[in-house]
Design a protein around this ligand. Structure first.
Ligand code: IDP
Ligand code: MG
Length: 167
């Protein structure tokens, strides 16, 4: 089944200079990268991304983690991979959520750790299923930032919107 999946290289992955290693691991899947960017994560974006965990005791720490406040790296790398069984393949490579339980050869098994404050620092986010992938991709990317048409779009006129463009 052709699927798309949101991947985030989280701030610990960036701080530990793991971007290249993680992208190399993901390239084993032979999936296609159809969008990529570096994002400074607002609190609103982090809370929306992880809203299914808002009642967990580690939620506040998790939001700080995704925003980069725990690593003094206020950015994440966001990518969309597309291709056959993209979600299954990427979740497999990422490994289990808890880095101690993750297969040691997986990305999280290799690079993740559990901090004393309790949040799992697991270097990478991978959408869990097709429904999450669609919600997350639409949250992190505008249609024109993705080089293929993944989901239906509409075109609207916005005259009073202020846009930045090159001078
Ligand atoms: P996933 O990232 O494998 O999809 P989720 O349950 O969606 O797992 O959790 C999102 C993130 O929250 C995890 O990647 C991890 O950083 C953190 N997290 C999840 N469960 C726990 C926990 O029990 N303790 C600490 N951190 C957790
Ligand atoms: Mg998840």
């Amino acid at each position: 089944m052709m699927q798309s999946v949101l991947i985030l290289i989280k701030p610990d992955g960036l701080k530990k200079s793991l971007t290249g290693n993680i992208l190399t691991r993901l390239s084993e899947t032979k999936l296609e990268i159809v969008a990529a960017k570096i994002v400074r994560v607002s609190r609103e974006l982090a809370v929306e991304h992880y809203k299914h965990l808002k009642d967990k005791p580690f939620f506040d720490e998790l939001i700080k983690y995704l925003q980069g406040e725990l690593h003094d790296r206020r950015k994440v790398m966001a990518l969309v991979y597309w291709g056959k069984d993209a979600i299954t393949k990427c979740r497999q490579l990422a490994g289990a959520t808890n880095p101690e339980e993750a297969d040691p050869t997986s990305i999280r098994g290799s690079y993740g750790r559990i901090t004393t404050s309790g949040v799992y620092e697991n270097a990478i986010h991978v959408s869990a299923n097709e429904e999450d992938a669609e919600r997350e991709i639409k949250l992190w990317f505008m249609p024109e930032e993705i080089i293929v048409d993944l989901y239906p779009i509409k075109e609207i006129m916005q005259e009073k919107r202020k846009l930045k463009c090159w001078d």
